[in-house]
Write a protein that binds this ligand. Sequence first.
Ligand code: CU
Length: 190
Amino acid sequence: MSLTAPPKDWYIKKIARDEKGWIIFSLIICLFMFFWMILWHVYGKQNPSSITYTTTTAEFTQLHQAFSDKYKIGEDNNLPVVMPPAESDVFLLGQMWSWSPVLVLKKDEWYTFHLSSKDVVHGFSVQPINMNFMVLPTYDYTIKFKPTETGEYKIVCNEFCGIGHHMMIGKIVVVNDESELGQYGITKTN
Ligand SMILES: [Cu+2]
């Protein structure tokens, strides 16, 4: 019965050999897995780590607008198509229910992404590769990013954000050079 005290020193009992064997075996597995957590950062395809800054919606919107205006090369479904130079800062804004702008990036070049939301929490998920980040208003998520394969990638919102959530799809196009823009239905107008 639980209300009676157990016999004195009940826990100082010799462990059976096979039980001891299993304990040691599990400990080895635990330690192995623990060290692989660190090794996966080198060998696994992990999300790059991000640095988060606080910002205001007004400030981020202004930076985003200035970025779009500066590097705009055309339009796609009423969204600006922006081709920033390599090594530059890229501002991507999520809002109900769009990702703006459409980005054209060059393969094997580094970019510094800044992600933020204008209204509610959104999820930045790049498909078909597995990259996922939360996008919150008043926070600037900064990620160093280098696309390594050309093609068209979709940005899918993976945080439910209202009635138009399923239509919140953005676009990133990765090219070797500008001559490939036509393949992705982008016409350079600026
Ligand atoms: Cu959403």
